[in-house]
Design a protein around this ligand. Sequence first.
Ligand code: RTP
Ligand code: MG
Length: 134
Amino acid sequence: MEQTYLMIKPDGVSRKLTGELINRFEKKGFTLRAAKMITISEELAKEHYGEHADKPFFPGLINFITSGPVFAMVLEGNNVIKEARKMMGATNPEEASPGTIRGDFATEMSENIIHGSDSKESAKREINLFFPEL
Ligand code: RTP
Ligand code: MG
């Protein structure tokens, strides 16, 4: 069964959206396989977002994602990588449709509530990075 890596970002955790978001994914029919609350080190953040290392927003992104606890999850189900991304909505909340997580709960790109793996390769890499025991 397909698995993806999801992470409720520090803004989502501090706004107490963790339960609401888990609820959405479970109601959809996906299974929570693993979960933990962690504060990410700078090193892990840079590894996770390595593909963006050369982008101008990288320092701000690293600063933000390490600014407080995140809720890290492995979610399992049919086509879950793509479906979870659909449920999250567009990266920029201004473009995210109502009904999506970013469309419903965020207003700006820098604080967009949740991360989700964008491909099978990313999912494998990110699950290994955050849940090496699985
Ligand atoms: P994520 O990795 O966090 O799930 O988000 P994503 O796939 O939808 O978007 P991605 O392109 O991977 O970007 C990672 C995060 O960097 C911030 N970002 N800022 N132009 C910008 O200012 C810009 N572009 C991206 C966002 O917070 C995005 O979630
Ligand atoms: Mg991404």
